[in-house]
Design a protein around this ligand. Structure first.
Ligand SMILES: *Cc1c(COP(=O)(O)O)cnc(C)c1O
Length: 212
């Protein structure tokens, strides 16, 4: 079932005209190693995790496979060392302090950690992320951190607003020609996100089924 679902999601991605590469991230939070194994067997390489502790067990279980792991959940500062050591990408950087810690704690022999700044695009109290007006201020500081590679932005828009929010994200990244990555779009709105320039889409439910 997971293989068939992945095929369906990849067809949805291919059905939208895009002039840049789009990578599918399988969001595997709460999923077991055997569910992840099914996705790996079907060719899936990129996985997204929200909770550090459960993700470490999975990353270690699959360490012989060349999987690419994305941390997409809120970050507490006492968790940055393990994130810096175990992940390839972090989508949820929302303050300079976190970026500095990730850079300090990244072993340079692992290569630079890919970083996205999370934007609270709809200015929702319940969501983390920087407000648009505060983005410019941290871009140059994050770009200068030695063990990070700042790649772009991530957002989780409120569902009723997603068309407008995706288009604001597209305007935002166009101001920074050295950035190349927009992480946006989930199971229900990936088409709209790709139309607005998403390069990473994060899909859980439509690959693995509803979360219990
Ligand atoms: C859970 C989660 C997803 C996947 O959501 P689905 O609706 O299951 O596709 C994507 N992004 C983030 C940040 C998530 O926490």
């Amino acid at each position: 079932m997971i293989a068939a679902n992945l095929k369906r999601v990849n067809l949805r991605i291919d059905s939208i005209e895009h002039h840049h590469e789009v990578q599918l991230i399988a969001v595997s939070k709460t999923r077991s190693n055997s569910e992840i194994q099914e996705a790996v067997n079907a060719g899936q390489v990129h996985f997204g995790e929200n909770y550090l502790q459960e993700s470490l067990d999975k990353i270690s279980f699959f360490k012989e496979r060349e999987l690419i792991w994305h941390f997409i959940g809120p970050i507490q500062s006492n968790k940055t060392a393990l994130i810096a050591e175990n992940f390839d990408w972090v989508h949820s950087v929302d303050r300079l302090k976190i970026a500095k810690r990730l850079s300090d704690q990244r072993d340079p022999s692992l290569g630079k950690l890919n970083i996205l700044i999370q934007i609270n695009i709809d200015e929702e109290q319940t969501k983390s992320g920087l407000l648009l007006k505060d983005v410019n201020e941290i871009i140059s500081e994050v770009s200068n951190l030695p063990n990070l590679s700042l790649r772009g932005f991530m957002c989780i828009p409120s569902p009723e607003n997603s068309a407008k929010s995706f288009s604001e994200m597209s305007d935002l990244i166009s101001k920074y020609p050295f950035l190349d990555t927009l992480s946006m779009g989930m199971s229900s709105d990936l088409e709209l996100a790709i139309q607005n320039g998403a390069t990473l889409v994060r899909v859980g439910t439509d690959i693995f089924g509803p979360r219990s």
